[in-house]
Design a protein around this ligand. Structure first.
Ligand SMILES: O=C(O)[C@H](O)COP(=O)(O)O
Ligand SMILES: [Mn+2]
Ligand SMILES: [Mn+2]
Length: 585
């Protein structure tokens, strides 16, 4: 993209520091934060603002692997005609969303965090890198806690075996293994979840080989280190937002109880054999346990053991964290609940304080736009279907569950289909989400109506190009319904996305050509590095409002100030700058 040839170096803001902030803080009450937003000098209050996030909807050149360009998307096409004043692109990957490098694709967590928080926070991936590089990870409360079990128990590491950098990273697991090896661990068991969603399908085989090499090195040092169980991430453990507890149960059975439908004596063989089944892929491998020659599982979790879930990203760890930590738990029959010392790589839910022990402190995402707006009287409605519900609530609000003010907010979750891959039903619940948003807008009971439309992303992850084209059409129709409602109430819309996915479904070489393997293209199931569109409009948009042209490398974090302005307020002074200006007409 020529737009971003000279990206501004974003400073990672870990604490707000500027002068006005200090002055504001001096005037505040006991919470230490002044929540009052100043009136915008030019923009009115009282307009209904629809904020639509198309999940996995990036901008790329049209070609046969660009499902968005292939699909019929008349609504999104018409918005694009508003460029440059009412349509533009924003950065949605790498440092623009707090990830370690520009090679890191965006994802829902960091994307929605940036959209909601209006600032760029060093994200989990980066915080873990820093803690490992400095060695601080091995000095904190969380590590000291699990270390107590090293002398007499086993350390179990559970997580996604991948170098995707979305939920976890293999190099971080390797450093963790090395670190525990140097700090007295005697017995280690790794419970792997294969990826194929943030990385190419089939890459699990290479990751298992790498891990086995590392474990062999530990064994040379006298440490009893083995892979103990496994399964595909979408089938085992990594469900989110309570869409399907069976997924977590399958993980529990394999990891804790040592029970699974498949038993192997070797993890590499397990992954290769299970992948050879018809229609098998890394994302959906069935659960398996590794057994010894006598058929006994090599690593069930028992009393006195320590467990670390090594994913840094929260959404798909909250459910397993609850099952490992909660005494009162009724989501499935755990059969046996071992007395363990459990720590997450990060704290996964700041509101629930879950888990109570963790190795690295999460980003402190405070003073989000959602909280400011509610505290300034903005009545907010948020909706998506289960698989993305937490994106426009939990992630949007800085990884906090719950309302800021239940009287002013309503969050509606539409149950997702479970037990299917979404290429089977690519329309998903887009229409139902749009209907809820439409009704919320027409009710005039809300000032902000915020939705996430999952189709481009969830179907894009299946790698099914035909179905993804259908998915994009469905998302476009949903946008149209929401914009029609905004038209009726004289409101404003902001339509954007959290990262790319459906706009490029093929693995490419450095010059951008499809990369062939054995003469075939490799389907890309993951997100991309592409920028995403943002469009503004609607009858309530004041004349003269347009995108500024002096924020060329603007990213998702600039959207919050923009939305706050459209509600008639000035954004907090330490927010990334607004994307809009009001030209004199
Ligand atoms: O968790 C997932 O589904 C993928 O790893 C990332 O997708 P998301 O960031 O869009 O949720
Ligand atoms: Mn997403
Ligand atoms: Mn995704």
């Amino acid at each position: 993209m020529t737009l971003f040839t000279n990206p501004r170096q974003h400073k990672l803001r870990l604490t707000p520091r500027n002068k006005q902030e200090k002055r504001e803080k001096a005037q505040m009450g006991s919470s230490g934060v002044s929540w009052k937003l100043a009136d915008h000098p030019k923009l009115p209050k009282g307009k209904t603002v629809a904020v639509v996030v198309l999940d996995g909807w990036g901008e790329a050149k049209p070609n046969e692997y660009n499902c968005i360009a292939t699909a019929e998307t008349p609504c999104m096409d018409s918005l694009k005609k508003g460029a440059p004043e009412r349509w533009r692109l924003v950065r949605a990957h790498g440092t623009a969303v707090g990830l370690p490098t520009e090679d890191d694709m965006g994802n829902s967590e960091v994307g929605h965090n940036a959209l909601g928080a209006g600032r760029i926070f060093a994200q989990g991936a980066k915080l873990v890198d820093i803690a490992l590089a400095s060695g601080k990870i091995f000095e904190g409360e969380g590590f000291n806690y699990i270390k107590e079990s090293f002398a007499n128990g086993t350390l179990h590491l559970i997580g996604l075996l991948s170098d995707g950098g979305v939920h976890s990273r293999l190099d971080q697991l390797q450093l963790l293994l090395k670190g525990v090896g140097e700090r007295g661990v005697k017995r280690v068991r790794v419970h792997i979840l294969t990826d194929g969603r943030d990385v190419l399908d089939g890459s699990s085989v290479g990751f298992v080989e790498t891990l086995e090499n590392d474990l062999a090195k530990l064994r040379e040092k006298g440490i009893d280190a083995k892979i103990a169980s496994g399964g595909g991430r979408m089938n085992v453990t990594m469900d989110r937002y309570e869409n399907d507890w069976n997924v977590v149960k399958r993980g529990w059975d394999a990891q804790v109880l040592g029970e699974a439908p498949y038993k192997f004596t070797n993890a590499l063989e397990a992954v290769k054999k299970l992948r050879a089944e018809p229609k098998a892929n890394d994302q959906y491998l069935p659960p398996f346990v590794i057994v010894d020659e006598s058929g006994k599982p090599v690593g069930p979790i028992v009393d006195g053991d320590a467990v670390v879930t090594f994913n840094f990203r929260a959404d798909r760890m909250v459910m397993i964290a609850k099952s490992l930590e909660y005494e009162n738990f009724d989501k499935f029959d755990r059969v046996r609940v071992p007395k363990i010392r459990y720590a997450g790589m990060l704290e996964y839910d700041g509101e629930l304080k879950l888990p109570s022990h963790y190795l690295v402190s999460p980003p402190e995402i405070d003073r989000t736009s959602g909280e400011y707006l509610v505290k300034n009287g903005i009545r907010t409605f948020a909706c998506s279907e289960t698989v993305k519900f937490g994106h426009v609530t939990f992630f949007w609000n800085g990884n906090r569950s719950g309302y800021f003010n239940a009287e002013l907010e309503k969050y509606v979750e539409i149950p997702s289909d479970s037990g299917i891959t979404f290429n089977e039903k690519p329309n998903m619940k887009a229409l139902q989400i749009a209907e809820k948003a439409r009704d919320a807008i027409l009710s005039r009971n809300f000032d902000q109506v915020r939705v996430n439309l999952p189709n481009g992303d969830m179907v894009g992850h299946t790698g099914d190009i035909e179905a993804t084209v259908v998915a994009c059409k469905a998302a476009d129709e949903a946008v149209k319904m929401i914009l029609d409602a905004i038209e009726q109430v004289g409101g404003i819309y902001v339509v954007t996305a959290d990262h790319g996915n459906a706009e490029d479904m093929v693995k490419r070489d450095k010059s951008g050509n499809p990369l062939l393997k054995d003469g075939k293209v490799q389907i890309l199931t993951s997100h991309t590095l592409e920028p995403v569109p943002i469009a503004i409009g609607g009858p309530g948009l004041s004349p003269g409002v347009r995108f500024r042209n002096d924020v060329p490398s603007g990213g998702l974090a600039n959207v919050a100030a923009t939305v706050i302005n459209l509600h008639g307020f000035e954004a907090p002074s330490d927010y990334e700058q607004t994307l809009i200006e009001v030209a004199d007409k």
